[in-house]
Design a binder for this molecule. Structure first.
Ligand SMILES: [Zn+2]
Length: 101
């Protein structure tokens, strides 16, 4: 008899509860800094590195701005703090895990 996870009812080999718990704890930080020529850029930190390129692409599309992912951060041109949370929530992140500064 394979072991069954009490939480989700799947056999342990297929259970993703631990992974989901980890994602739940993810803290995404959103803040702006002044970049070159006093222009504001929005920094998004805490996105899983294996998703970061896709996430950057989606954010650029959703916010209609330029940007890039590097060193575990997404850097977007302009100030997008107001819209960032709703955009990230639409992408599947929980609003509790997103901290906009
Ligand atoms: Zn489970």
């Amino acid at each position: 008899m394979p072991e069954i996870c009490k939480k989700c009812g799947m056999i342990k080999d297929l259970c993703v509860c631990e992974i989901l718990d980890k994602e739940e704890a993810t803290k995404i930080r959103v803040y702006t800094i002044k970049a070159k020529f006093q222009k504001l850029v929005t920094i998004v930190e805490g996105i899983d590195r294996k998703n970061i390129d896709d996430t950057a692409k989606e954010l650029k599309h959703a916010l209609a701005c330029g940007g890039s992912a590097k060193g575990g951060q997404i850097v977007l041109q302009g100030d997008h703090k107001k819209k960032m949370k709703s955009v990230l929530v639409k992408m599947g992140y929980t609003s509790e895990s997103i901290q906009v500064e």
